[in-house]
Design a binder for this molecule. Sequence first.
Ligand code: AMP
Ligand code: GLY
Length: 410
Amino acid sequence: MQVCVVGSGGREHALASVLSRSAEVIVTPGNPGIPGSVVTPAEEVDADLFIIGPEQPLVDGLADRLRQRGNLVFGPGADGARLEGSKAWMKGLLAEAGVPTARHGAFTDEASALAYLDQMEDLFVIKTDGLAAGKGVLVTGDRSVATEAVGEYLSGTAFGDAGRRVVIEEGLSGPELSVLAVCDGKSAVPLVPAQDFKRLGDGDVGPNTGGMGAFSPVSIATTDVVDSLMEDAVLPTLATLRSRGIDYRGVLYCGLMFTPDGPKVLEYNVRFGDPETQVVVPRFTSDLVDLLASAAAGSISESPTFDDGATVGVVCASQDYPRSPRTGDPIEGLDAVAAVEGVMVFNAGVGEVGGRLVTAGGRVLTVTGRGPTVTDAKERAYRAVAEISWPGMQHRTDIADAATSVATTG
Ligand code: AMP
Ligand code: GLY
């Protein structure tokens, strides 16, 4: 079988490397650090199965165009992709489906938005309605920062058109969890949960990023938690989508927060998470190609299985990410990493100059360590990260610390 993965990040590299256990894989556009990358656009590629990685082409209807051409596609059409493309639409659908989520309001004018902010207590959450590459969410305890952000979002200065409608939410707190459910339109199966670290700095400080690291498994994500999430969120969401005539075939990524009032859905994404994928798919023991092809065809063949081990993924980012990432720096140390046992490197913002790999984006690569426990996996990941360098390279040093402290205190 020939599989075409659309995208160019660490997520697509991880998908391609696991899919290639049982299929011939090409990645478009990929990057110089992903084997099998081709420049041919997806619409000109001939493949038995297309898997669309990023949200933007899904929101833009790439899955629809490929399906119209008769292709088998894993990824929702533009209709289902609105779950990520418009947070206000997503919140409306959650309300209709009865899924627990944060209280919210959606606004296009400043006076009403500020009046709603007045009703919030000590944590203010402002989100762009539209896509903003994972950076459109502001969580602050400072009322004046929130007020200023509302102005900048609505005027278009902060995030262009994506912010001209804002969603303001009640601030929740608690541990977070990412669960990726593979959906075939009618039913869904969960993949092993992961936890993602969205803030730039150690100890969860600094700006929100696309994700600075992840690990799996997560101790709070018991089988009961995942079963209830499927019953209370994923299946009602699919049913509500279906009642609106939407046949959702692809990943439904649930970003959950464990609040004192129980788990709530913070966000839906319509694709595999990045960097969650880099820690989830290496743990597959069943066939990823079969699973995604059967979901794309409308009937999931069987539930996936995963190894009993653990994975820890550490994202290495370029200088000044996420504000204004510097690019063009040579990446050193990848050969030395190849010698570290139990480590995989997934390339994202990587380019090539004169036959050498150089930084070409914000999140440059993810180093995933594997091992029998999270502690082992973490130790391997960081041993490899220590070999890699470029000027101004940033990475967190505390990925999976929450998990290892749970493990060591029993
Ligand atoms: P989102 O892209 O909507 O998941 O938001 C990105 C991050 O912002 C989440 O992972 C949370 O850490 C934080 N966040 C989002 N919504 C809320 C909320 N209602 N209360 C507190 N934190 C939130
Ligand atoms: N890691 C968060 C995301 O993929 O949106």
